[in-house]
Design a protein. Structure first.
Lengths: 558, 99
């Protein structure tokens, strides 16, 4: 069988499995649809969080960004894992004790209905940005392996995402995502282990990439690039700090990840879920930088100094060139491709960062069955996250806006319908940005984290640890944080503005989160304190057990 | 829990949290971004230490930090006699009796 055949084989096999699981456990009522009835074991919940979390950005895009950014790629590696420490220590146990379905629910009950509306808008904004990145990832996978254009790839992806997000709901998705995690981690590790053995003789990529690093540093400096391990070649010292901090704080504020900690039975299980989740994530995140080193080495080794005619006959060069995501051209007509840092002489004209992980097994000459498996893993990563995000959007609209604000008399059926309509609308918007992306998948997703950091993190943390925080403060804080971050990003991407003090658009989130916190503290202190009942509630959230929260009571009743 | 117990529980929790977060910030934000070039002067095998911390070591540290937190908090809950599973079981039994 050829690559196409193996891809179809793996996709049908794995997606058949996911859909089978989703169908077996499909949602029966609204409670199930959003939080899976509160009875998921910590290790399964951890795997589901990991699958939810590790999207196209982690699976498809990150190693490619690391390969081309060198040390700078560490901002993604540290940022997207370090946030779990904040999540586990500052948020997960308390939000579980609070026992609410969604982040806007927490904000609404802790502060006010006005604050809830601001939180809903922010949650929708963040989730849409994030899901847009996923759609691009799906589009890249489909376009290469179904041999269609990226636009068609995105359209096919939209249909698939919508199909099982609507069908499953959270309960289906929790167990589906355990299966997805298993598929995606196997698909990620097999090529990494094979390439590590081939290049170094040591099959453990985390241990063996160091042997190639010095060679790679040497090759890159010989070609006129900065060394791979040069810490400041991509981001300045201050941007390394700001982007890492933004992604960390954003991780802890992401609405679709936080919601997962309500699906555990107890506070203890919520803590354990966070540990399992990070452990599962760390397996992929420590492998990614090794893939970055190996893949960069292999790509340069294959392309640099190669005969144009021979290169064009290589399978992966030909098929990726067809998608438009890879381009080589013998500019000086000497029949040989040269890879240089100078745009005028560089003959590896385009190498889209998002194709590196998918092309990696082919570049290393691994069997076609592996190539197909990686494509299936990439799809699993993109689709699982996309469906988790669509649920946030759907529950925000159906539960927080329609039910809580406008139509408290809406029936179960009407609320499910509203949720599904919201999903469909979100898929269309995300699809548009999938076709016209403002950056590589990982970069678009990083912007979503910046928005999450700027809008949610201070409101959640201060809401738990500072009894004096009140509704006026929370609303003012969220509005200031979200709007400053969104405007800065917009102006840098589309407004032609130069960065202020060199602050990268992916690093502005932490500064806006700081503005959010300051605004919130000042406004809270200038306005009356929250009611005694609210302060007692915040006090109660600090201790596990004995509260018999609404969720605990309903779980027990089942 | 008495009010004194609650204060003690919360204080222990906050101290543990603060300690772990200091390590978290030092390992990632300080060692691997602000001081990465200084650390790179030392080598770990064939990899510069700062590079290794940023792309491997900090991630491993994060997992260990959360593991310590989970372990210490479970001991703390135990020492104050907090047992959520038992409470859930009792609540379920009470429900059944009521029905």
């Amino acid at each position: 069988m050829d690559t196409f055949g193996w891809t179809v084989f793996w996709v049908i096999l794995t997606f058949g499995l996911y859909i089978f699981i989703a169908f077996r456990s499909r949602a029966k009522n609204t409670g199930d649809f959003y939080v899976a009835g509160g009875g998921v074991p910590a290790i399964a919940n951890g795997a589901a969080v990991a699958a939810d979390w590790m999207s196209a950005a982690s699976f498809i895009s990150m190693a490619g960004l690391v390969a081309f950014q060198g040390y700078g790629g560490a901002v993604f590696l540290m940022g997207w894992t370090g946030g779990y420490v904040l999540l586990a220590l500052l948020l997960a146990p308390y939000l579980r004790k609070f026992g609410k379905y969604t982040v806007p629910d927490f904000v609404g009950d802790r502060y006010s209905d006005g604050a809830r509306v601001v939180a809903v808008v922010a949650a929708i904004f963040v989730s849409l940005t994030y899901v847009a990145g996923q759609m691009r990832g799906v589009g890249v996978v489909f376009s290469r392996f179904l041999e269609v254009s990226v636009t068609w790839g995105v359209l096919i992806g939209m249909a698939v995402v919508l199909f099982y997000a609507v069908l499953g709901g959270m309960k289906g998705i929790t167990w589906t995502q355990v299966a997805q995690y298993t598929v995606l981690i196997i698909a990620y590790l097999i090529p990494a282990v094979a390439i590590a053995s081939e290049l170094t003789g040591n099959p453990i990529p985390q241990l063996s990439f160091g042997q190639i690093l010095q060679d790679l540093d040497g090759i890159q400096t010989d070609l006129g690039f900065s060394a791979y391990s040069d810490p400041f070649s991509t981001y300045s010292r201050s941007n390394l700090f700001l982007i890492t901090a933004t992604l960390m704080v954003g991780t802890a504020g992401l609405p679709h990840v936080i919601v997962r900690f309500y699906t555990t039975r107890t506070v203890k299980a919520a803590r354990r879920s966070a540990l399992f989740a990070l452990f599962f994530i760390a397996i992929l995140y420590t492998t990614a930088p090794a893939i970055g080193v190996f893949a960069k080495y292999n790509v340069i080794d294959t392309v640099e100094g190669a005969q144009v005619d021979e290169l064009n006959e290589i399978d992966w060069v030909a098929s990726w060139s067809d998608t438009g995501l890879l381009a080589i051209e013998d500019l000086n007509g000497d029949g040989v491709i040269n890879y240089t840092p100078d745009e005028a002489t560089n003959e590896l004209i385009t190498f889209d960062r998002d194709i590196l992980v998918l092309a990696n097994p082919e570049v290393a000459g691994l069997p076609k069955i592996v190539v197909g498996l990686v494509a299936a893993g990439g799809l699993a990563a993109a689709l699982s996250t996309a469906s988790g995000l669509l649920l946030v959007i759907s529950s925000s609209v159906a539960h927080d806006l329609v039910y809580k604000l406008f139509r408290p008399d809406a029936t179960e059926a009407q609320r499910l319908l509203w949720g599904r309509l919201a999903m469909a609308a979100a898929v269309c918007v995300a699809g548009y940005f999938g076709v016209n992306p403002p950056g590589f998948v990982g970069e678009v997703v990083a912007l979503a984290f910046g928005l999450a950091a700027a809008s949610f993190f201070p409101v959640l943390v201060l809401g738990i640890f500072w009894k004096r925080a009140n509704a006026q403060g929370a609303m003012a804080g969220m509005i200031v944080g979200l709007s400053t971050a969104a405007i800065y990003m917009y102006m840098l991407i589309w407004g032609g503005m130069e960065p202020w003090f060199g602050v990268n658009k992916a690093g502005v989130g932490i500064i806006c989160a700081g503005l959010n916190a300051i605004t919130m503290i000042v406004v809270s202190l200038a306005t009356p304190p929250p009611s005694q009942e609210l302060q007692d509630l915040v006090e109660e959230v600090r201790y596990p057990g004995k509260l018999s929260t609404s969720t605990a009571a309903s779980t027990a009743a089942e | 829990m008495t009010d004194d117990d609650r204060r003690a529980y919360w204080r222990t929790n906050l101290t543990l949290m603060a300690g772990l977060l200091v390590v978290w910030a030092l390992v990632s934000l300080v060692a691997s971004t602000l001081l990465v070039d200084t650390l790179n002067e030392v080598s770990l095998g064939s990899v510069p230490l700062g590079f290794w911390m940023g792309q491997q070591g900090s991630i491993i540290t994060f997992v260990i930090l959360i593991a310590i937190y989970v372990w210490r908090m479970e001991r703390l809950d135990e020492s104050y006699g907090i047992d959520e599973e038992a409470e859930l079981a009792a609540a379920a039994a009470a429900q059944e009796e009521g029905a």
